[in-house]
Design a protein. Structure first.
Length: 274
């Protein structure tokens, strides 16, 4: 999960580099093209049949994963890197709640407390009504991305009982590619050679993040596994300061602390129900 968090933070850097000009759907398409090729190569090298057993759920995971990517990339382009990452990290409480409802992973009443802490953290990061307030549209997009991410992670948790991790990773870009093509056709932008390099970086780092993430989620309860990856907030804050001159104010730090607290509260010490 730590390796996944580092990879995803570097993906955020690449998205930030092209986000001012390249639409989110085009970034998703570029990511899908790179990841399909890498996933097929990894499957072939491992000798794993690519098509899986529960194909309907594999396709569904790809659909909601694509929706999550569109939201995450749009938020990264519009918000400071650290703020966008903090908002994305609402997904552990969402994951815990959905894993309870859909998979029977016991978490009890602590999820309600986690949700309350998480939303308090969102308010601190967004700072509505202040001079430093973030635009509400990208904030809502980031929150939607967290919800879609949680749905995708719960699907991965379920798929891990029957599917090889590389198959789960392969289906994600395989579904994202045809879904993003119509959106790109509505607003095509020809990338420069430099932007092509950053788009390839998006695909490579997302692929690495997905492989590490899927291996972790298929081995650990959903809420516990996702909590470890909160270190991505630290990585994102560092890249934002080092590469983009972004500052992190006290409200953002306090909001990140509350979202982290929500993640910790959402953890279940019981074994998941099978």
């Amino acid at each position: 999960m730590v390796a996944s968090a580092l990879s995803f933070s570097l993906m955020g850097v690449c998205v930030k580099q092209v986000g001012g000009r390249i639409p989110a759907a085009e970034v998703v398409l570029a990511r899908a093209i790179v990841s399909v090729g890498l996933s097929w190569w990894l499957l072939h090298r491992a000798g794993v049949p690519p098509w899986g057993q529960r194909r309907g759920l594999l396709v569904w995971r790809g659909v909601i994963g694509t929706a999550a990517l569109l939201c995450v990339y749009a938020a990264l382009a519009a918000l400071p890197l650290a703020s966008a990452t903090v908002l994305q990290y609402l997904y552990p409480p969402f994951t815990a709640l959905l894993a309870w409802l859909m998979l029977g992973e016991r978490i009890g009443k602590r999820v309600l407390a986690a949700m309350a802490l998480g939303w308090a953290g969102v308010l601190l990061v967004a700072q509505p009504g202040s001079d430093l307030a973030l635009a509400w549209q990208p904030v809502l997009i980031a929150v939607a991305g967290a919800l879609f991410t949680a749905l995708a992670y719960v699907s991965v948790r379920s798929l891990g009982q029957s599917e090889h991790p590389l198959v789960i990773v392969f289906y994600f870009p395989l579904v994202a590619l045809p879904l993003s093509l119509p959106l790109v056709a509505l607003d095509p932008v020809l990338p420069t050679p430099g932007e092509v390099a950053w788009l390839i970086g998006v695909g490579v780092f997302t692929q690495l993040g997905q492989v590490y993430l899927t291996r972790s989620l298929t081995a650990l309860p959903a809420a516990r596994a996702t909590a470890i990856s909160y270190v991505q907030v630290v990585f994102a804050g560092g890249w934002g300061w080092l590469l983009f001159g972004e500052t992190i104010d006290g409200a953002t730090i306090a909001g990140a602390a509350l979202v982290l607290a929500a993640t910790l509260v959402s953890l279940s010490h019981r074994q998941p129900v099978r």
